[in-house]
Write a protein that binds this ligand. Structure first.
Ligand code: SF4
Length: 210
């Protein structure tokens, strides 16, 4: 009987920066763990989905870190933050805040895969209003939206949770929203469905009680 190796999917990208870019050394690091005819999926979330042999997973992760590749779990987790290209500059568009928010939330377990998005100014290239959680920088503060839908006939913008947030307030509010979702969401309930069923009123009460 032919024994097939177990593979573990990882979502990989070059981290948050000026656009979604990869360097040759990063592609070489990826190639080391993939068979010649392996298919690599490129997602709309600026990620490559690769299948790594389970017995090489830990070694591959170390190699990816050395090459400055970022990797995330695939499944019912918060995805990496989708961002705009920060065309007006790192500080002005809040790249450090986007990186910190991503560090805090990406990979958190939730009832269903959750897509967060960030955009550095109100032009909104990162499409924050039509993602599960959306952050928009406006001058020196941040706006937080939840429950947007990007696909199908039910596509619609999310609800504004709060404007005028400072970075620390933003991090805490997003964290608390994820907690409310974990505590009250049904198994495999999509985030936007949860927002509609559970209701903005209760979510806002939960935020105030924190
Ligand atoms: S959202 Fe603003 S800062 Fe970001 S790429 Fe678009 S125009 Fe540039």
């Amino acid at each position: 009987m032919v024994q097939t190796k177990k593979h573990i999917p990882l979502a990989v990208n070059g981290g948050i920066g000026f656009g979604a870019k990869l360097k040759p050394k990063q592609l070489a690091a990826l190639g080391k763990y993939l068979d010649d005819d392996t298919e690599i999926e490129l997602t709309t979330l600026q990620q490559l989905i690769v299948q790594i042999p389970e017995d090489e997973l830990e070694e591959a992760k170390k190699e990816f870190e050395k090459a400055d590749l970022h990797y995330y779990k695939v499944g019912k987790y918060v995805k990496n933050l989708r961002t705009c290209n920060f065309c007006k500059g790192e500080e002005e568009e809040g790249m450090p805040v986007a990186k910190e928010l991503n560090r805090r939330i990406a990979g958190q377990e939730v009832p269903f895969t959750l897509r967060p998005a960030y955009t550095g100014c109100p032009i909104g290239c990162g499409e924050p209003l039509i993602n599960d959680i959306g952050v928009m920088k406006d001058k020196d503060t941040y706006e937080l939206y939840i429950g947007g839908i990007s696909k199908g006939r039910e596509a619609k913008p999310g609800h504004l949770v709060q404007a005028g947030l400072q970075p620390e307030e933003l991090y805490q509010m997003v964290d608390r929203i994820l907690e409310i979702y974990r505590e009250n969401g049904k198994k495999r309930e999509k985030f936007h469905r949860f927002v509609e069923r559970y209701g903005m009123e209760q979510i806002m009460e939960g935020l105030q009680a924190a």
